[in-house]
Design a protein around this ligand. Structure first.
Ligand code: PPE
Length: 309
């Protein structure tokens, strides 16, 4: 959905609350030319006890860690960024929304060195429904293995959520959509399964759950960690350091994506080959329900993961 059609009007930028149209940057900003920014994607859910940010502290940890890699100094404290996000939600009467903090090298001079360029920081919030469509949550999506490979972490740190990294995601995702698939699956430089363009991947086989390890050039997803925890609480064995070959995808019992935007989305086919029964599998359904019950505040436990608005 276009921002023009949304009922949102305020963005926090560099310490101020600005009108949506006024939250602009100079066209010669360093981050625009070289992809030198870091960002986050978090969600606020409408829980039974009111709107709450889900695992916001972990998103902040990752934001500061991502910035550290690039010597990008975020001069705002965790409390200031938290207050900004909460205030945007309160003042715009949002019950649930997506939260997008971003920090990047701004305007001063160009040339690859960002020396002299100030760090700009902004947070926007907006309503964002199911990432791959409402029916994807129940029916699952069809994906293709991309002809693009993920960056190796020796080329660009894949655990840092860097704006420039998403050129690779965009190429892979658009290649898939051009070919009629909802999303891509991306292999790493070694040819093993890494993740989706904006999602982590899980595989279920013979009742055991596998997900590629951090050394496989994946983002250290917060939804990934949540689902690993929930799966173990449900009695499953989870191998979270798995090395998954392409061929193992086709013979999996179930596959699913996780991500803040994608939440828990089943994958029903890879390269036109049906996975399992070609619908959402039972383990996926169980963990998906557990996930939604948790984030929507219908389940007990993990209170520490919520920051009430
Ligand atoms: N891998 C990648 C490459 C990725 O971008 C995301 C999130 C994940 C895994 C899952 O991470 P987490 O959200 O912490 O569970 N992708 C974000 C951006 C999506 C977009 O299109 O923009 C997101 O889900 O917010």
């Amino acid at each position: 959905m276009s921002f023009a059609e949304m009922d949102v009007e305020t963005i926090w930028m560099d310490g101020e609350y600005l009108d949506w149209e006024e939250a602009n940057v100079h066209v010669l900003s360093h981050g625009l030319h070289y992809g030198t920014g870091v960002f986050e994607g978090a969600r606020c859910y409408d829980t039974e006890d009111g709107p709450a940010l889900f695992r916001w502290e972990e998103h902040l940890d990752r934001l500061y860690d991502s910035a550290k890699t690039y010597d990008l100094e975020i001069e705002y404290s965790r409390e200031e960024l938290t207050e900004a996000a909460l205030e945007l939600i309160r003042s715009q009467d949002l019950r649930s929304c997506y939260i997008r903090p971003i920090a990047f090298f701004g305007y001063d001079s160009l040339g690859v060195s960002p020396k002299g360029c100030p760090t700009r920081v902004a947070i926007a919030v907006w309503p964002w429904g199911a990432y791959l469509g409402e029916e994807a949550i129940e029916e699952g999506v069809e994906v293709m293995v991309s002809s693009w490979r993920k960056h190796a972490s020796s080329q660009i740190p894949t655990t840092s959520k860097t704006t420039g990294l998403y050129v690779n995601s965009m190429l892979a995702g658009e290649e898939a959509r051009r070919n009629g698939y909802a999303e891509a699956l991306v292999l790493n430089k070694e040819g093993n399964v890494a993740e989706g363009p904006g999602e982590n991947l899980f595989l279920v086989r013979d009742g055991t759950i596998y997900t590629p390890g951090l050394a496989q050039s994946i983002l250290d997803g917060i939804t990934r960690k949540t689902v690993i925890t929930l799966a173990r609480e449900h009695g499953y064995t989870v191998n979270d350091q798995a090395v998954i070959g392409r061929g193992e995808l086709y013979t999996a019992d179930e596959l699913f994506f996780t991500g803040t935007a994608a939440e828990v989305t089943p994958i029903r086919a890879v390269d036109d080959i049906e996975i399992g029964e070609g619908t959402r599998g039972p383990v996926t359904e169980e963990l998906q329900s557990a996930f939604f019950e948790l984030v929507e505040g219908r389940a007990e436990g993990h209170e520490e993961w919520f920051r009430y608005v």
